[in-house]
Design a protein around this ligand. Structure first.
Ligand code: NI
Length: 180
């Protein structure tokens, strides 16, 4: 089990369409997922996709555990999702300041669907079917995009809303204050 280097924007591996997993519950699959968790935790991430550690296979992990420092933040169950399929439930969208381990230090304002259903498998091949809303739905869209070779900057509609997190701090605070 190992922390692996995170592949960064500019590397062609992040632009590939990843291949579906065909065999579940194998030692290789479990080892890969452990490496994804180790890498995500080491980098303080809340989601990661296999291509981000250089493996072009359709595996994502995500989750947001309760944090006493942020009692208002949403909780998303820690999930391993393999071969995900998303169905958008309606046209309602929202905008959120996204970040990505492969685009370090930067943030961008990205429109996403607010309500969706997703289906996929866990590492043992058990089916997972859920509805997700809000931040949960955003995370699933961001991570699934990685499997199709899409990074969040490609989803930004107004490129003025993209830049280094430090420089954007005031803009981001003002954005979320306005939304309340
Ligand atoms: Ni990402």
């Amino acid at each position: 089990m190992a922390v692996r280097p995170v592949v960064r924007i500019g590397d062609p591996k992040l632009l590939q369409v990843s291949a579906p997993i065909k065999e579940f519950d194998t030692p290789e699959l479990h080892a890969l997922i452990t490496d994804m968790f180790d890498t995500m935790h080491a980098t303080d991430g809340i989601g990661i996709a296999a291509p981000q550690i250089g493996v072009n296979q359709r595996i994502i992990i995500f989750g947001l555990e309760p944090d006493p420092r942020r009692p208002d933040s949403e909780v998303v169950p820690t999930t391993v999702l393999i071969n995900p399929e998303l169905s958008i439930l309606n046209d309602e969208r929202c905008e959120n300041w996204e970040a990505c381990l492969s685009v370090p230090g930067m943030r961008g304002l990205v429109p996403r669907y607010l309500h969706l259903a997703y289906k996929g498998y866990d590492a043992k091949g058990n089916i997972i079917e859920r509805e997700a809303h809000g931040f949960h739905a955003i995370m699933v869209q961001h991570e699934t995009d990685h499997l199709d070779g899409i990074l969040y900057p490609q989803r930004i509609e107004n490129m003025q809303m993209f830049g280094f997190e430090e420089e954007l701090r005031e803009t981001i605070i003002a954005f979320y204050t306005q939304q309340k």
